[in-house]
Design a protein around this ligand. Sequence first.
Ligand code: ZN
Ligand code: ZN
Ligand code: FE
Length: 748
Amino acid sequence: MRGVEIRVRGQVQGVGFRPFIWRLARARGYLGHVLNDPEGVLIRVLGDVGDFSQTIRAEAPPLARVDAVEVSNYRFATAPDGFEIVASQGKGAETRVTPDAATCPDCLAEIEGDGRRRHYAFTNCTHCGPRFTILNALPYDRAQTTMAPFEMCAACRAEYEDPADRRFHAQPIACPDCGPRVWLEEPTGEIREAANVGEVLKQGGIVAVKGLGGFHLACDATNAEAIEKLRLRKRRPGKPFALMADLETIRHHAEVSKADEELLCDASAPIVVLRKSGLALPDGLAPGQDTLGWMLPYTPLHHLLLREWARGPLVMTSGNLSGEPQVIDNEEARQKLAPFVDAYLMHDRDIARRLDDSVLRSEPRMVLRRARGRVPGTIALPPGFGDAPQILALGGQMKGAICLIKNGQALLSHHLGDLDDALCLDEFHKAIDDYRALFDHRTALVAVDAHPGYRASQAGHAMGLPVTEVCHHHGHLAACLAENGWPADGGPVAGIILDGTGLGDDGTVWGGELLLGDYAGYERVSHLSPVPMVGGDRAAREPWRNALMRLDAAGCAEFSDRQFATFPVAALRSAAKAGVNASMSSSAGRLFDAVAAILGICVASQSYEGEAAMLLEALAQGGAHEAGLPQGADGVIDPSAMVQTLVAGLQEGLPVADLAYAFHDWLATAFASRAKALVLAGKASAVALSGGCFQNALLHRLTVAKLEGIPVLTHRETPANDGGLALGQALIAAVRQNPGIPSYPVSG
Ligand code: ZN
Ligand code: ZN
Ligand code: FE
């Protein structure tokens, strides 16, 4: 009995794919069956199916991602007499878990309607709801999630078992009769109806709200006093707060392009960075910034909070002690968040996994923080990596994230925070175990950063597995190549890597680099001229230190004597001269700090990482768009002439915003012109932009503009900063395992 077998690959499990096929096949009168197996979904149909595979692609359920549909012949032993969903086959079937997804329109309509789920805060279906954040163990099955304690009622069970229902096999299915509940809790322990939260917020109170991947701290975003109180209590003077509101409200306060709207409305419901416009909100939300991070409500609880109880925009910042990971447990919240809050909006569904909100920007498109809604999604590896061994890469230090590769796919973890924090380091170790189990990973090789002081590198060496070390900025270059599908044997590109700090292969600190290379190797073609980074970590926190070194190098010592009269300038100079705790550094991040301090921004210190650079960018966005700072000779990129011109400009009284813009333009020109020359000379076939500085939208746009006519590879789906580093490390390790791949010579 002749028939066809259709193999569907991609994110096709746990998203309502089998019932979708079942409905489609029945509607067409097909005979056969559909099932899950370790490779995805398998469909077998008697006879011919015409355009069925196109229809599968075109009409796939909202959370599905179809990578491939392959059709082959199939022989039925006995004729099927209907079309059925049959039991999963093979070990490892049903192991894929999809990312958490925002409440779908159907569920939202139910919450607002008159049915049994009216105003029910845990409504979900196969097209939406919690996934990764409720998963305790594999396979993904209700008993292995934090929904296990809630026994399904008869009505929910009937939906769960009906292939025609959109809740067929929706593991977190729930209703008011059988599912989790929400309540408002006073710090005294007194329990009230959840709806009273509106009153607490309206009176300027701060509420800990239990969400999908952790607790948020919420307050009225129009209330400057409440915002100030939150900043004081959280000891967070300047770092921008994220906001939550419906789309209409967001439009009152921000510029929302078509692309922004698409990002906001995506099932991953990220925070989207939007330019302020229209009705002003208190400056305390993001002091000195011209943008705000907004997200839409993404759980039924958030919808109820915004539509029914609070109304108006809310601050939604992560509920944690500064530097620590987000709080997820009710008891932990009562203990740790007590000093911050006036009430808790709690519920009794446990959070299995801590996940921050993801942060994105649409123009230029970039994932700034990869977290909830994006993990555990996988990334297809570029051509030539299909046979790569199973590799675990452990990433950097300040923005921990790990990456596993297996079967031609990469799994880049969520943002794990600063590994110098003990609790973040715990999370990091947990994530290694967790993602290895999830991916059924038999790690053959571990890739780490070459910096021996990174916690992640130390953890890698302690695993008792073969380890390969990757130079920090080579890792960034490879990460950008990987996300752009650059083939293993694609040949060298020019990599502009503008970053904070990383250990270079000459033992100095790098970070403003032009590399020529590929996955296999690189050559350091040019870089910013190095200056001493005096005081190690303090140099990163105190911009005046970098300014002093750049000014001295530029022969502007008199200016710094005047400008920094109240700082220990002499001590710093002698430490620099003696080379005491003063590594030489070509870091572009530190150059941003230096220029900010020269222009009077964050001179003494930054209250959060990247503050000086972010304020400099915001200032530059409003400056006159003129270039013209001197570039200097070829070879090493020396900022001295640029610095002298900035100082002269300040003395002439030129607007600081114009100078800030001119600096961005100078930096983009210096690197883009050299990279372009490599391409024009036939040494490279494209330019790759990576490193944390490319999260700066202005620098990114200017650099791309100056490379017009040349293929440019940028980060879109993985962070340009160390949050994406592990992906590059993994592919470099893979190439080193494969002597067949032609390599670019490593320098030095
Ligand atoms: Zn739904
Ligand atoms: Zn129920
Ligand atoms: Fe880096």
